[in-house]
Design a protein around this ligand. Structure first.
Ligand code: T4K
Length: 415
């Protein structure tokens, strides 16, 4: 149904376009029968955790798929980042983007490593290699770039800075499982890479993650550290933590891998529906996938240019959220504006102009296997309708916001 007048919009009292919310991050779930059968096997076997047969099988399949020597399955992506950066001896300062999920920065800060935020390239959401050199100090020990939205950052340029300065590189590839860079699978770059298999990710294990690397020594150390540092039954050789994945989680991951091609197909069909629906929408720029590469199409991200669209990103979000389109403004307001980083570096935003612009404009839209191209056609029609009436919609939203503020003022004074 088209929304032809602003009264039809749910935000102004109309009927929502969707009866239930459509999410960014609704899990991709493989064949339920096979998941349940695998879980039944786990229960029968009574090996629930501590690197059982399913975790080992998952590790082998991931390593084969990515083309690396080692995969260590983990309890989640955050712990995977913490363990691998620690195992690599990263300390003092590590350069990373602010335009990422806060776990990237927290994984460093948790170990008293200072995340030094690097701006993104203009028009891109990836760390700008030309800015890295300016941030390197005698305390810099490594780089933690993020392959955001399943697209790779400029790995060649980043690696060349790292090589030149003798820096360790770990890629946070939480979004990029099943994707490639220049034809080579993401996972095989830098000293190590990390995947997340959280419920919202392309491949999920409920919660989960992995470290992948070609470095034998590092793999051994990571494996020990994720299991309290135990080497055998009684001997502890490293400081360690519990970062293990369970067998039930691995069961989910294995079936997800079996069904991965169908997830890509569904995501790609959704992506194409968004491309078609938004191709001539003024002020809405879809962040495109490079289809020469392998892509998982898991994130649909748009940038809203308020000057062209006539409505801000936040206003558009308010309107479509009322229609049950549960879009997200990932990763607003940026790590540098979250605690403790905001207090530690109150002026960081001055060096992060492109990041700030991207964070003010970006919207992630619903996709995944639970969303169908027909739903997406409705979403894009809605967005086009809203933008056609953007002046009236924005004026009414702003009027309501001002009236509400005025209504609240006497109460505030009375208090
Ligand atoms: N690095 C990067 C770049 C990351 O993006 C992440 C995680 C990490 C590191 C750390 O990896 P993990 O330690 O998480 O393995 C979500 C996820 O919690 C987080 O894992 C993810 N990134 C981030 C991008 O998204 P929220 O706060 O947006 O999640 P939440 O719970 O609001 O989920 C999003 C939507 O998905 C919900 O509105 C509803 C839907 N949903 C979610 C879950 C969990 C479902 O339908 N079913 C579910 O079970 O952070």
């Amino acid at each position: 149904m088209n929304k032809r007048s602003i009264e039809q919009l749910a935000v102004f009292g109309g009927t929502p376009l969707f009866a239930a919310p459509l999410h960014v991050g609704s899990p991709n779930i493989g064949d339920k029968k096979r998941i349940l059968a695998r879980i039944e096997d786990v229960l029968d076997r009574r090996v629930l955790t501590n690197r059982g047969p399913l975790v080992r099988e998952l590790e082998t399949r991931i390593a084969d798929l990515v083309g690396v020597k080692h995969c260590i399955a983990m309890s989640n992506g955050t712990v995977a980042l913490e363990i691998v950066t620690r195992a690599l001896g990263m300390k003092d300062e590590v350069i990373t983007p602010s335009m990422t999920f806060v776990a990237t920065a927290h994984a460093l800060q948790w170990q008293q490593i200072t995340p030094v935020f690097c701006d993104v390239r203009p028009g891109s959401h990836h760390m700008d290699p030309s800015q890295i050199r300016k941030l390197i100090t005698p305390r810099t020990t490594g780089l933690l770039p993020v392959n955001l939205w399943g697209r790779s950052c400029d790995i060649d340029a980043i690696q060349s800075v790292a090589n030149c300065r003798g820096l360790t590189v770990v890629y946070d590839s939480s979004h990029a499982f099943g994707c490639s860079y220049q034809g080579k699978m993401i996972g095989g770059f830098g000293d190590a890479e990390v995947f997340s298999f959280h419920a919202t990710k392309f491949i999920n294990t409920f919660e989960g993650g992995a470290v992948v690397t070609n470095d034998d020594e590092l793999a051994e150390k990571v494996r020990l550290m994720q299991n309290f540092g135990f080497e055998g039954r009684d001997h502890v050789s490293h400081v360690g933590i519990n970062g293990k994945m369970t067998e039930v989680e691995a069961a989910m991951g294995l079936v997800s891998l079996d069904d991965m091609a169908s997830f890509v197909d569904a995501n790609r069909a959704n992506y194409q529906a968004y491309c078609e629906g938004l191709q001539s929408t003024p002020g809405v720029q879809l962040v495109e996938y490079d289809e020469r590469e392998r892509c998982n199409y898991q994130y649909i991200v748009v940038e809203i240019d308020e000057h062209i669209a006539g409505i801000s990103r936040d206003e558009l979000l308010q309107v479509i959220a009322a229609e049950n389109v549960d879009a997200r403004r990932y990763f607003y307001p940026g790590c540098h504006r979250m605690e403790p980083y905001r207090s530690y570096f109150p002026n960081a935003h001055m060096l992060l102009g492109n990041t700030e612009q991207a964070l003010d404009r970006t919207l992630a839209l619903p996709t995944g296997t639970s969303v169908r191209p027909d739903d997406i056609r409705k979403i894009t029609r809605l967005m086009n309708d809203v933008l056609e009436m953007s002046a009236a919609v924005a004026a009414r939203l702003r009027y309501s916001a001002t009236s509400q503020a005025k209504e609240l003022r006497p109460c505030a004074t009375a208090l």
